[in-house]
Design a protein around this ligand. Sequence first.
Ligand SMILES: [Zn+2]
Length: 339
Amino acid sequence: MSLQTGVSYFANGWPHHFERDLDDIRAHHCTYINHCFSENELVFARRRTSRFFQMTREAGLGCWATPWAVMGLFGGEQFSAFVPRNPEACQVLSTGQRAPAACPTALQTRQAMMYWIDAAIDMGADTIFWDEPHLYIPDWDDLHFAPDDALACYCPRCQDLFHTRYGGSLPPLLTPEFRRFRANIMVDFLAEMLAYASRKGAQNAITLLPVEEDASEALPWEDVAGLPGVNIFGTDPYWYLHAKDCRSYVSNQMRRTMQVCELRGLTPHFWAQGFGIPAGREAELETGFRLAVELGAESIAVWGMHGNAAWDAASDNPELVWKTVGRTFKALREQYGSS
Ligand SMILES: [Zn+2]
């Protein structure tokens, strides 16, 4: 095994600054960068982003691109330009509100996603990273748009589809049929998008939320991992964020990951949280990473360099977090191969 180590990158647009960050990232023993390629960059900063991708490859690092909160369908702290321009393509909630997120069943959503994929791959990304795909989750919305129990999607397309597949109309609550329906429309969307990226020559990496199978936002791991074109599969058990015990949370989620990956020969992947780490608990990062690798992870990454100091969700001691990441990546790569 050659352990791969990555970091997500965002919040900077200056090439001279990125040059220094590249040195910094290499000095922290990373082998790839996950570039957060938002709709904003797609519209306003394509040339600069393309240059960053090229600089990444020239530095000998893997170049991942993630659709950062693109159309409200993935994880990330970005607004969508697509949403207000394509109201008919958006999800409709059980409250009747039109959600600030595209519906994966809409043709416009799929076309826009393919437009993003074309740009990312043509600009030089070698891997497309599908991060936390989900239908609208009210609880995640910092602007508190809808009540926490509001559900998607009740758009006319979904109503027709549900009727065709299950008969009757969409229920007001999360019945087993509605749960399957919600998962299926996202899996269908991913199937088409991953196949498209794969045909264009990119690898696909995907991270699903580390939630129980009966959680409303859960996607079926087996079905997603089994999609043609998936190369790297994992999850992001952020134990600080979810107030969980590092060892048990990481172990449980890594075992689930390995069960899915081993059967299919996928590269097991693991994200650790680099943001919002409370003072005095930085060393747990090393515990979590080490445990993930011992349990089989072959690609590990941290969300945000320098303890995410560029964002409000900064760690208490961002520099200590970053130092811990570098030390841990170095030790693990020495131990688990760094060819
Ligand atoms: Zn819909």
